[in-house]
Design a protein around this ligand. Structure first.
Ligand SMILES: Nc1ncnc2c1ncn2[C@@H]1O[C@H](COP(=O)(O)OP(=O)(O)OP(=O)(O)O)[C@@H](O)[C@H]1O
Length: 234
């Protein structure tokens, strides 16, 4: 899946949230999306999932089956979790039994007959997660999935995501709390300055003063430069 010069803003004349975003979403990998509050992480995830279209540019080759769990699960609907998830399974064309399997895996079985508005915030979040996982997604987009989860589910989720990635899914996750730090091979994206930077943020730079005999100074500067440091003679 590819983003070609994607730009997005929520309204005409509103400031651009993202501009000139060109990137490839790798298959079979977990991508962790970081950035400060308001940088545009959720907006990027909505564009990846196809919930909003780009204002400029294009998105190509999105896998046909997409699972998306937004940051806030809209829990106001007057159904039980079982009825809601059964409905979502039917919409996605997967057997209703899949609901029970994921509920079991995420410790949600006892809550299936609770009405969505009566679920706690964390449990509603889990219902959102199960709904995203139902259809063995080629692309799984999770916005802050770790927020509000109980310790057991929170500890189990990275391995579950790694398993889906190993089966070939692209798994894109925004994560403030570093829950994916222990998973090997995670790709990191930083959202900043209205765009997306691949890789870890550049480390902060500092200046080290070295006092050396004048006769050795040029040699030392040369050696430091050869080692990749920025060095100047004063
Ligand atoms: N539905 C919306 N309508 C209008 N503006 C929005 C909407 N959603 C987000 N924005 C604006 O877009 C910008 C990016 O917001 P976004 O939610 O994508 O950031 P974020 O990095 O996910 O933030 P956080 O870490 O706080 O969740 C912000 O200036 C925000 O006010």
């Amino acid at each position: 899946m590819r983003f070609n010069q994607v730009a997005f803003r929520y309204r005409r004349r509103a400031p651009w949230v993202l501009r000139d975003v060109t990137l490839t979403v790798p298959r079979g990998r977990i991508i962790e999306v970081n950035g400060r509050n308001g940088a545009g992480k959720s907006t990027l995830l909505r564009l990846v999932a196809g919930v909003v279209p780009p204002v400029r540019g294009s998105v190509g080759d999105r896998p046909p089956s997409v699972g998306y769990a937004p940051e806030r699960f809209p829990a106001g609907q007057p159904f039980t979790a079982r009825a809601y998830l059964g409905h979502m399974a039917a919409v996605r064309g997967v057997p209703a039994a899949r609901v029970g399997e994921w509920a079991e895996r995420l410790g949600f079985t006892g809550l299936l007959d609770t009405r969505l508005p009566d679920l706690s915030k964390g449990s509603a979040h889990k219902a959102g997660l199960i709904q995203a996982l139902l259809a063995a997604p080629g692309l799984l987009v999770l916005d802050e999935p770790f927020a509000g989860l109980d310790a057991g589910t929170r500890a189990a989720l990275p391995a579950l995501l790694a398993e889906l990635a190993a089966e070939g899914s692209s798994v894109i996750v925004s994560d403030h709390q570093g829950d994916l730090r222990s998973v090997p091979g995670v790709v990191r994206w930083q959202v900043a300055d209205q765009t997306v930077h691949e890789g870890d943020p550049p480390e902060e730079q500092t200046v080290v003063e070295v006092i050396v005999a004048r006769s050795q100074a040029e040699d030392l500067v040369g050696r430091l430069k050869a080692d990749g440091y920025e060095a100047r003679l004063r």
